[in-house]
Design a binder for this molecule. Structure first.
Ligand SMILES: Cc1ncc(COP(=O)(O)O)c(C=O)c1O
Length: 436
């Protein structure tokens, strides 16, 4: 079910989220509008945390901020005991603005700049996941003469091929992320880290991809990580305190897709760790998981207003809305399939198959390619579920369209989390026009 837990219809057929009519939110805050169901967000974070803790006591959940981060989202998740996985100085800054202690964060990225690493070290980020040799060299300089060594993980490429979209695949041999276990590159980087006095290699990280539906894959990932851990123990006498097999739990964007079972994922990870450590004579490490989409995806709903309608005989019917690839590029980028529902009235009447087009000047700006809906009229509101993850996080000002507002709803209350951009915002960073 792609809709958030509090999404309902009133007796009159209007869609409500968090006890508030979507139409009233659209009237008050304008469209496109992103609505975050705070009960859903908190509930998912709590549930995922509980499932991992049940399966493996020494486990910790950090939220992959790249899915979407704002200070309030960071604060709500921290209240639920969930830290952050950040991949940039910007995410670190926003997480801190939300009051999340840097010690509870992991800093990722395949090409961290010297400035970002310096920011992470200065802030006291709990774990820095080193991706490559250059980062070891940058950190060597940053940690010269420190009294306590910096706790780092090494991002491994475990060589695990996953059935997902090629653009969401990160753990096969041919990847820009991490250092490969199979080629010996990982051990060479381990040697480099171990010979750096300011660094303490406390464990390993891997993330094999996003939208992964097979929870069994985590076993292969953990096995590959433990193979390296055992070799490092034999070579350097170093055992991992932390093992982080990343995130990537698949969540369907549409009504007919599958979701990964997070219970099974947690059980598989726990079992692979217990067995894998016992068979290799390694102590059981802390398990750190990094879901992004599975926490925030279903909590976010995008709301658009319907505009033009074009019926092209022999081709298709286009219904255009006032957003599109500027706020959600995933259909164009990955072929992501969304569903939608009329929000301002009951979804009654005969269904017709239409293509929901965005407002941006690209033929590829199609939000939903063929969806069966009752006839949409101009000014109707269309709600798109599963819009919490990787939509606004990748938003742009293409066509100089101001980016949407974000509101949080809960128990009949609404709060503005991010105001809509204005035309003034569009020129706020530009230098004034030179005078002659
Ligand atoms: C290192 C790392 N961890 C976690 C995630 C989160 O993935 P998802 O949102 O699919 O759970 C990503 C996504 O790209 C990632 O690169």
């Amino acid at each position: 079910m792609p809709w958030s837990v509090t999404t309902q219809r009133t007796e009159q057929g209007e869609l409500t989220i968090g006890g508030i009519a979507v139409a009233s939110l659209a009237d008050r805050f304008g469209t496109p509008l992103y609505v975050i169901d705070e009960e859903d967000l908190r509930g998912r974070a709590r549930r995922i945390r509980g499932l991992f803790q049940e399966a493996y006591t020494r486990s910790r959940v950090v939220y992959a901020a790249k899915a979407y981060l704002s200070p309030t989202v960071a604060a709500l998740l921290w209240e639920e005991g969930v830290g952050l996985d950040v991949v940039s100085g910007g995410e670190l800054y926003v997480g801190q603005a939300g009051g999340v202690p840097p010690e509870s964060m992991t800093f990722h990225g395949n090409n961290k700049s010297a400035a970002e690493l310096a920011e992470a070290v200065a802030a006291g980020v709990g774990l820095i996941a080193i991706d490559n040799d250059r980062e070891v060299d940058l950190l060597r300089r940053l940690t010269e003469g420190v009294s306590a060594p910096l706790r780092v993980l090494l991002r491994l490429n475990p060589g695990v091929d996953v059935a997902t979209h090629a653009k969401m695949l990160t753990g096969a041999l041919d990847s820009k992320f991490g250092v490969a276990v199979a080629t010996g590159a990982a051990m060479a980087t381990v040697d480099r880290i171990v010979s750096t006095p300011g660094l303490a290699l406390v464990g390993y990280h891997a993330h094999v991809g996003s939208q992964v539906l097979d929870p069994g894959l985590v076993r292969r990932t953990i096995d590959s990580m433990l193979d390296l851990a055992a070799s490092v123990r034999d070579r350097h006498g170093l055992v991992p305190e932390v093992l982080s097999p990343g995130g990537g739990f698949g969540v369907s964007d549409s009504a007919d897709g599958d979701d990964a079972s997070i219970e099974e994922w947690a059980r598989n990870a726990a079992d692979a760790l217990h067995r894998g450590c016992a068979s290799r004579g390694l102590p059981a490490p802390e398990l750190v998981v990094e879901p992004g989409r599975a926490i925030i995806g279903p909590a976010g709903i995008a709301v658009y207003r319907v505009g033009a309608r074009k019926e092209i005989p022999g081709a298709r019917t286009y219904v255009s809305v006032d957003g599109g690839m500027g706020d959600n590029i995933r259909p164009s980028l990955y072929g992501a399939r969304y569903t939608a529902s009329i929000a301002n009235r009951a979804p009654l009447g005969p269904l017709e198959t239409v293509t929901i087009a965005g407002r941006f000047c690209e033929s590829g700006d199609i939000l939903i390619d063929e969806v069966a809906l009752p006839r949409l009229e101009p000014e109707d509101l269309l709600a798109v579920p599963m819009a919490g993850a990787y939509c606004l996080a990748m938003a742009s000002n293409y066509n100089l369209a101001p980016r949407p507002a974000v509101v949080g709803v809960r128990d009949g209350q609404v709060r503005l989390l991010r105001r809509r951009e204005t035309y003034d915002d569009l020129v706020a960073l530009d230098a004034p026009v030179p005078t002659r």
